[in-house]
Design a protein around this ligand. Sequence first.
Ligand code: GLA
Length: 394
Amino acid sequence: MQSSSTELHDKFHEIFGRTGTSARTKVRTIRAPGRVNLIGDHTDYNDGFVLPMAIEPEVLLLCRARGDGAVRLASTVYPRELVEFSLQKKIERGEPAWSNYSRGVGAELIAAGIPLVGMDALIANTLPVGGGLSSSAAVEIATGLGLLTLAGAELDSTRLALLCQKAEHEYAHVPCGIMDQTIVSAGRAGHAMLLDCRDNAKTFVKLNPQELRVVIVNSMVRHELSGGEYAQRRRQCNEGVEVLRQRDPSVKALRDVTMEQVDAVRASLSEVVYRRCRHVVGENTRTTDAAVALAEQRYERCGELMVQSHHSLRDDYEVSCPELDFLADEAMKVKGVYGARMTGGGFGGCIVALTQPRAVEALSAHLHKTYTAKFGRQPSVLVTTATAGASVVE
Ligand code: GLA
């Protein structure tokens, strides 16, 4: 559970001390939500489509300006570690690992020519770290918004997302796409976002709370994206693009090709690269189809597409794991569940299910019972609504 606002303020003062209450020394609170992706995984770095929404679990960053250009960071998740670096020198990667998200964002804001002031910041988290709900993007966006707010500067949400993505590439060494940072910074309450990852065009799709629930089930298997598999998938997609481009020089990304084009070069692709391409091309179509189905309230259709997406991520893209497969399959046995699939990068983390409101209790009970019996650990079930993107709370 998130500590109350008073508790967090007390904690902030305990760590960083009190220094008066003038406007410059006021403690500001920034909120950055997590995200769940309804459909469209491993498409963002192929210039494709994704359909995420921002969720209630969040990162709160309490921050106060410092006059000396230093950034001091504390986290409620790692209570014994106090980090310090200076904005006035080249910011290097460093220990502990979690600090690199904030170091990177500081460095990228400076590289973008934005004059910053120093900051004391406490990062509090109701998002499971490593749970596949974008806790890292939330920390990045919260840090960015904190530094901007204290400096009296502004940046539009797309630019902030791009800058945070770059920070993640260079300081956390995760070659992520643009989905997570975009939905965390630019989500809209009550809506999912169909994002075109080529030009960042956003189409918001309303979710009707009378008819739908979005249920997230955490397998409690920790996912780790810096572990090589993610980067390998990216390389395999690029291999496919190289071959496709020899036939058609206008091809820039897998986004640009149809399944017929992939089939036409099949003999020149390794079997694995062929399957990776098949996933991405199919997933792009499924994602844009699902956005239309959701907008037209054709929930069964949307659910079917989610199930197909899971199968494709499991068999063609090979980023699922037995725990996620089990949860997604079992979820589909419960009456009133439209669709279920793994969500995010994979290799652990969560599934997402789209359900009728009355199915939620039965779904939760069924998954607790069967998952615990099979894997000897309790899943954690979260029923969530779509929230707004990051903001300055006070
Ligand atoms: C992670 C990355 C995203 C995206 C997903 C898979 O969450 O951070 O950019 O690639 O995996 O869809």
